[in-house]
Design a protein around this ligand. Structure first.
Ligand code: NDP
Length: 345
């Protein structure tokens, strides 16, 4: 059994990664900013109780150089997931997104460079490191994004979350390429949905579906297209990628591409019309008028609304052996978890 460090293990995706590692019997060191926040640690302790693995919490902060050294000491594998995932009104993109993503990646990988026991790093990037706006698909050869594409259109002002992810992934490859002791494998998930093991995450994945079910979007949703993937597939892909020494490079993790309304309709089918879900798409002129209240700029509208996306997930299936859960099942199980947990209703 291995000693493994996971950053962001208290988060939405991280909790599933930690669960699968504990199921295999490993010693899992989860880094948290503040160990005394039991609302973050308790869900993982509950998960650990039903597994044969050993769970440990260690304090570390993405923004504090050197803070991952202690937790990493003696670990063979490092999963680096921690990074803020926020959409909408971002007041300070550097403080809220870019610094934690970029400095955090530098700090974690600097610690890896100084920790001889580490042989393998799995990094959670995103499809937004592959492309910035949906309109970028017009520059692709087959109207499809692949692992060969990079986001070249995001900035601190325009799509700052996407910018934070592409900067962090590029930095990771740069640090990796400057040495030859440890290997790096990167996962690039689409928009992650599916049941959560924790209620203490502020992930945009969770606010998105909660907003749908709470009736916040009942007037309609923008005609926006996303690539969706189940959280359990994403977590499993991390482990398959880290375990397989032949897995290399980037891996797009996407089950299906569809509009917000189509996804919402899948949620609606699952809850039998009990919630005030959106029934239509908002006209573009309305988004121009009111989008700014939710941090949606005219540039974002022009470059994304009404433009479908398509991503190639072949590599994840062939290199990792991943079998995708249909998004219909993901939507149903996520909605049921929120209802049964009393989070919506
Ligand atoms: P969560 O918000 O649930 O998790 C984020 C994690 O990052 C938390 O565990 C949080 O720890 C940690 N974190 C944030 N800031 C800091 C900091 N300054 N120092 C230390 N830890 C910090 O998000 P997700 O689980 O959704 O996202 C996890 C990863 O997956 C991110 O890298 C995200 O970019 C990526 N991703 C997510 C997608 C999605 O749809 N959800 C899609 C593609 C990629 P703490 O408990 O201390 O707050």
């Amino acid at each position: 059994m291995k000693k493994i460090m996971v950053t962001g293990g208290t988060g939405y995706i991280g909790a599933w990664v930690v669960k699968y590692l504990l199921d295999e019997g490993h010693t899992v060191r989860v880094t948290v900013r503040d160990k005394s926040k039991t609302e973050k640690t308790a869900p993982l302790e509950a998960v650990a109780a039903d597994t044969k693995g050993t769970l440990e919490f260690w304090e570390a902060d993405l923004l504090k150089p050197g803070s991952f050294m202690e937790a990493m000491d003696g670990c063979e594998v490092v999963y680096h997931l921690a990074s803020p995932f926020l959409f909408g009104n971002i007041k300070d993109p550097y403080a809220q997104l870019i610094n934690p993503a970029l400095e955090g990646t530098k700090n974690v990988l600097d610690a890896v460079n100084k920790t001889d026991s580490v042989k393998r790093v799995a990094l959670t990037s995103s499809v937004v490191s592959v492309y910035g706006d949906n309109i970028d698909i017009r520059q692709t050869e087959n109207n499809t994004f692949t692992e060969d594409h990079w986001n070249t259109t995001s900035t601190a002002k325009h799509n700052p979350y996407n910018y934070s992810k592409v900067l962090a992934e590029k930095e990771a490859w740069k640090i990796h390429d400057a040495q030859d002791r440890w290997s790096l494998v990167v996962l690039n998930p689409g928009f992650v949905m599916g049941p959560s093991l924790t209620n203490a995450s502020g992930s945009a994945s969770l606010t998105f579906i909660q907003d749908l079910l709470s009736g916040k979007q009942k007037m309609g949703v923008p005609e926006l297209y996303f690539s969706f993937v189940d959280v359990r597939n994403v977590a499993r892909a991390h482990i398959l990628a880290a375990d397989n020494p032949k897995a290399e490079g980037r891996h797009i993790l996407v089950s299906d591409c569809m509009s917000m309304l189509e996804f919402s309709n899948l949620v609606g089918e699952a809850v039998n019309g009990k919630f005030q879900l959106p029934k239509n798409e908002l006209p573009k002129f309305m988004l121009y008028l009111v989008g700014w209240t939710q941090g949606i700029s005219w540039k974002y509208i022009n470059n994304n609304v009404g433009i479908p996306v398509n991503l190639d997930n072949t590599k994840s299936k062939q290199a990792l052996g991943l079998e995708y859960i249909p998004i219909k099942d993901t939507a149903r199980e996520h909605a049921n978890q929120l209802i049964e947990g009393g989070i919506v209703g």
